[in-house]
Design a protein around this ligand. Structure first.
Ligand code: FUL
Length: 502
């Protein structure tokens, strides 16, 4: 730090202390004397860490579930599978990655090891890996092929390493934590940059009938050391499981939640395998971050939602599901209900026994991408006249980093737009500038019909992105009324679109 920077830093620190503010961080502690008002303001000042912000902006990510299950036709292997069955005839990781990229996906995660313990890379920790398979005479490395393809096509790369291992003889003993650290170290040091590490909540019995006490803290420390930019997801501190595996997030999705939600045991007990919202249970409830939820918290943390779902009924490829691939319409509904509800979509696309993405999955993805691109090609609010001052132009400039903010003391706002002629639209897009926190709690969109304002749609949270579909409306004048906000509201983007039917 040079001298000027040091002075500026000290001044900022002193100012913050003098005005009783806390520095912008991705967590904040609640003190016993804090009033409800203090707590709400604190919540609105919690901001994502740089790695969380990068991750959120990806919007679309993919899982590749591939491994011994692909060949045994199972969803969960028991760890006793013969590595000889792992024999893809035409494995092409570049095809996986280009398929994902063409669908608008910005980062992929490979199941380096699933619960069966079979490793897709030549690990030194066990022979239960590609080394003992006939594929490439035991000289192949699936993780490397995926990592190289990601680098070649310029998209993010992540690893799924199942803590539950039904093959490792040391599972259920202290030695397993060392074994796991060795596996993690290999994955985090051999393949260049890793952008996401995904730990699932399953914790069953190993081959000796024992359960493992996972040493999470050690794993997190290692990841931060070796891959500081990587987000640690699900059983980790950076990214939260949305609470279902259906692809549908909450209508009201706060990225700031009580810090007690970070309790890993709670996450584990509301396990990944639950398909529906549970009325009880922190991670699966339908309200995690409302005022009611945060006022009694001990701390608040930026812990955003990842919405994982498979393009097929199963996570792994099964030929019998070839005609059960989700349709483009279903994927579109999932898009609006995940990315459009302040989440990141993690869509599983499982490669088949050949080692390529099946043609049916590709066809669905292509059509899905086409609909999204065509729908969002033209913002019909572009060129509108606005009543919110010169910075208002930033909400129509297609640049997330530039934004409008209401006056410092305002918790409501009315944004009126006089469109560039009569327009017909049926989708609303809103984006808050989450780099300054998540603030908006309630809004309504209206249009001018003759002399009256009429409601088109309404909503609660916005966050990074909110998309709402409604019956087509034709109008020249529309207005967004922000009815409630935890601090003065901000908007990075405002959009009106007309859906393109498939
Ligand atoms: C779950 C696992 O048990 C499934 O097999 C799959 O990997 C899913 C993403 O997470 O907990």
């Amino acid at each position: 730090m040079n001298r000027n920077k040091l002075i500026a830093f000290t001044l900022t620190l002193l100012c913050n202390m003098a005005f009783g503010q806390e520095a912008k961080e991705n967590y904040v502690l609640i003190h016993p004397g804090d009033t409800e008002k203090d707590i709400i303001a604190k919540a609105a000042n919690v901001t994502p860490s740089p790695r969380q912000l990068r991750w959120q902006q990806l919007e679309l990510t993919a899982f590749f579930h591939f491994g011994i299950n692909t060949f045994s036709d199972k969803e969960w292997g028991d760890g006793k599978e013969d590595p000889q069955i792992f024999n893809p005839t035409a494995l092409d990781a570049r095809q996986w990655v280009i398929t994902a990229k063409n669908a608008g996906i910005k980062q992929v995660i490979i199941t380096a090891k699933h619960h069966d313990g079979f490793c897709l890379w030549p690990t030194k920790t066990t022979r239960h890996s590609v080394v003992s398979s006939p594929w490439k005479d035991g000289k192949g490395d699936v993780v490397k092929e995926v990592a190289d393809a990601c680098r070649a096509y310029g998209i993010g790369f992540g690893v799924y390493l199942s803590p539950w291992d039904r093959n490792a003889p040391v599972y259920g003993t202290d030695a397993y934590n060392d074994f796991f650290v060795e596996q993690l170290t290999e994955l985090l040091t051999r393949y260049g940059r890793v952008d996401e590490v995904w730990f699932d909540g399953a914790n069953g019995e190993g081959p000796n009938g024992k359960k493992q006490v996972y040493d999470f803290e050690r794993w997190y420390k290692l990841i931060r050391e070796l891959q500081p930019a990587a987000t640690i997801a699900i059983m980790g501190p950076d990214v939260r499981w949305v609470g279902t595996e259906s692809g549908y997030g909450r209508e009201t999705e706060w990225s700031v939640v009580p810090a007690n939600n970070l309790d890993r045991h709670e996450i584990a007990s509301g396990s990944q395998r639950d398909l529906a919202f549970k009325p009880e249970g922190d991670m699966t409830g339908n309200d995690l971050g409302s005022r009611e939820k945060i006022v009694n918290a001990k701390g608040l943390v930026w812990y955003p939602a990842e919405t994982d779902v498979s393009i097929r009924p199963g996570w792994f490829y099964h030929a019998k599901e070839d005609d059960k691939v989700k349709t483009p319409e279903k994927l579109l509904d999932i898009y609006y209900s995940s990315v459009g509800r302040n989440g990141v979509l993690l869509l599983n696309i499982p490669p088949d026994k050949r080692g390529v993405i099946h043609e049916n999955d590709i066809a669905s993805l292509k059509a899905w991408k086409k609909i999204i691109s065509a729908t969002f090609a033209v913002n019909l609010a572009r060129g509108a006249r606005l009543n919110i001052g010169s910075k208002g132009k930033f909400i129509l400039d297609h640049d997330y980093d530039t934004y409008w903010a209401a006056g410092k003391k305002d918790s409501t706002a009315v944004i009126e737009l006089r469109l560039d002629g009569n327009k017909t639209f049926d989708v609303l897009l809103l984006q808050e500038n989450i780099a300054t926190g998540q603030r908006i709690e309630q809004f309504v969109l209206e249009y001018r019909d003759g002399g009256n304002w009429k409601k088109i749609t309404e909503g609660t949270t916005v966050g990074y992105k909110r998309l709402i579909r409604f019956d087509p409306v034709t109008a020249r004048k529309v207005r967004l009324r922000i009815l409630s906000s935890r601090l003065n509201p901000t908007l990075s983007e405002f959009g009106l679109y007309k859906q393109v039917q498939w």
